[in-house]
Structure formats: C-alpha cells, structure tokens
Write a protein that binds this ligand. Structure first.
Ligand code: MN
Length: 231
C-alpha cells in the first residue's frame, strides 16, 4: 500500500488568540441584500438560495494588512463580493430563532470571489456553477472574533469594499433580506448544521470586476479590514 495522503484540517485564526476555529462546512447565501438581488436580475422579493464552498477554498488573510492573493485561472471577469461571515459552535436541524442565535460563536469578514463569466455561462446552460464559485483560494477571510466582541447578535453595521481606494460596495447588515437568525433557521431546514459550520451571509450591491495589480480593501463594523493585492 502506498502512503496515505496527509490532509490538513481547515481552521481559521481567531483574533488575538493562539487558538484556531475548526471549519466543517462553508455555506453561502445568494442574493440576501435587496439592491444586490436587483443588480443580479431579481424582479420581486425572491427568497435567497444557498450554496456550499469547500473549506479548502478559504484563504487566510491577516488583520488590517495587505496580502498577495493569486488571480485565478479561466476568467476574464473576476468579481469581488464582500460578506459578513457567521461561525457556529452548535448545530441541529429545523432550528428555531432562539437555537439559531445560541449557535452563533462569532463573526468574520470574507470575500466570496466569483468567476462571473464562468458562473454566467453555466447558469445559461442550466448547469451547476461550482467552477464560478469554488475555485482555489475563492474565499479570502480574516480572523474570526467571538460574538461578544460584536455585541452578540449582529443586526446592523456598515459593510463596504473599495478597489484601489475607490469605494465600490457599501451596505448595512440591517439591509439583509433574511437576517442572521432567519438565515440559520432556513439553512437548517435543508441541511443539519453542525459545530464548525460557517456562513457567508450575502453581499450588498456594487459587485464588479477586478484585475491583476488591483488592491481590494474590505471593511465591516467591528471587524479588522481585509486587504488583498491581486497578483
Ligand atoms: Mn456571495
């Protein structure tokens, strides 16, 4: 028998701690801010939908400091999507609002990077669009903070993103179509949530392309900045 492979477990750093948060699954919510849903073609109040990215797409970013991020293959239309990330330390299925709230361990700031051209092409053909979302390093994320550091359940606060110093996205958590508790409840209707699951909670309007050499700076109330240099 050949040697078995060594597979590193996915974990995320915790701000000002030597401990790390173990990641089981990465859920993402689509179209959870009305203005972004509109720019993506929604015409009415459509429910958000969910997809999953593999945990190894997480790309660890230091707090408030620039990090080089490799521009992916197979795209000429790479988009940023700035998102609040919720980390869970409890799970279950068909959770009610109280259980959903109790399951929240903490928060982070992430980017749901998207090969929009590949995604659009697959959508048009009614094929799965993993190639647009689940590529190497597709989920840059900063260190996590325990929920207490953000006052428990996050219901409002500014989130924004700038490219080369120019603001492109700006929103408030209060604009989420489904708030964090509702989102956790909804996901737990379709999947059994478990400790270590994290959720990218959707992006406000203003998504758009970036190219090699660009600098992305993402900001969210209560969390360290995320700064990526695309190379
Ligand atoms: Mn997204």
């Amino acid at each position: 028998m050949k040697n078995l492979p060594t597979v590193p477990a996915a974990t995320l750093p915790i701000l000002n701690s030597s401990q790390r948060f173990p990641v089981r699954r990465v859920y993402c919510v689509g179209r959870n801010y009305a203005d972004h849903a509109k720019e993506m073609g929604d015409t009415g109040r459509e429910p958000p939908f969910f997809f999953i990215k593999p945990p190894d797409t997480l790309f660890e970013c230091p707090p408030n400091a620039s990090v080089d991020w490799p521009y992916p293959s197979l795209t000429d239309d790479l988009h940023y999507e700035v998102e609040l990330v919720v980390a869970l330390n409890a799970g279950g299925s068909r959770l009610d609002a109280a259980a959903a709230r109790a399951a929240i361990w903490g928060y982070g700031l992430g980017l749901d990077m998207t090969r929009r051209d590949r995604q659009a092409e697959m959508k048009k053909q009614s094929k799965p669009w993993e190639i647009g979302k689940s590529f190497d390093h597709a989920s840059p994320i900063g260190p996590l903070l325990p929920a207490d550091a953000l006052g428990g359940l996050v219901t409002s606060g500014e989130i924004s993103l700038a490219v080369n110093g120019e603001q492109r996205q700006r929103g408030d958590f209060a604009q989420m179509i489904w708030n964090i508790e509702e989102m956790i409840c909804k996901i737990s209707e379709a999947w059994t949530l478990a400790p270590g699951d994290i959720i990218f909670t959707g992006t406000p309007a203003g998504v758009g392309p970036v190219v090699r050499g660009d600098e992305i700076r993402a900001k969210a109330a209560g969390l360290p900045d995320l700064v990526l240099r695309l190379n």
